[in-house]
Design a protein around this ligand. Sequence first.
Ligand SMILES: Nc1ncnc2c1ncn2[C@@H]1O[C@H](COP(=O)(O)OP(=O)(O)OP(=O)(O)O)[C@@H](O)[C@H]1O
Length: 251
Amino acid sequence: MPEIIVDHLTHTFGKGTPDALTVLDDINLTFESGSFNAIVGTSGCGKSTLLKMMAGLFDPSDGRMTLDGDVIRGTDRRRGMVFQQDAVFPWMTVAKNISYGPRLRGAGRAEQREIEAKWTEMVGLKGFEDRWPRELSGGMRKRVDIGRVYANDPDVLLMDEPFGALDAQTKERMQSDLLAAWAQSRKTVVFVTHDLEEAIFLADRIVVMSARPGRIRHIEQVSLPRPRTDEMRLTDEFIQVKRRLWEMLDH
Ligand SMILES: Nc1ncnc2c1ncn2[C@@H]1O[C@H](COP(=O)(O)OP(=O)(O)OP(=O)(O)O)[C@@H](O)[C@H]1O
């Protein structure tokens, strides 16, 4: 099963140079298969760096990460990443954006159609299959991004503040829709955000990082039942968790 283990990971940008900057220091974590994990921490504590290394965009200077026991090295379709900025191709329709990965892998037309139909529906874009990205709102483009990553059927979904640029209402809707899609697929998710409410609403487990160099300060188990509903955001339990986490962050 797709379990990620981060084992004594330390990362120094420019290691061995006068400008060396250690951003992550001895990180040890296990992300269990099928779990929804969030990473929070103040700006610059190394959240994105950790996630990018999980994606295989670059290697840690010390320590290692494994997915099901295999050392993570380089990008791989088992690990899909969604960034804050849109990564949609403006010259492809919604459907073609979504089936881009399978098409690259040589999927036949029938399989592409099936994947397009499934994922446009799952991400709430049914009826928009033939639209161009320029005709979509920011939230809809984000849905295309997520659909495209899901269409590759990764084991692990790595999300770096994917909803950071959206307005509050759209963000809440996107969070609920993401949970609905996740409930069906149960992929292992690692979701980076600086928004505590977002982390609590989405995750089973929240990793709180301290800054400079980034270390694990605390791991919070979120016991809110699933499916999560918007009303839960107003419960005492939710607010207590938010206060506890807020007090832990470096302000
Ligand atoms: N390629 C790089 N070369 C040198 N330093 C880098 C590089 N990428 C990031 N850094 C530095 O590493 C530190 C951590 O950056 P990172 O983007 O991982 O933080 P973050 O916690 O995701 O922050 P934010 O919430 O603001 O996105 C910062 O001080 C940043 O300037």
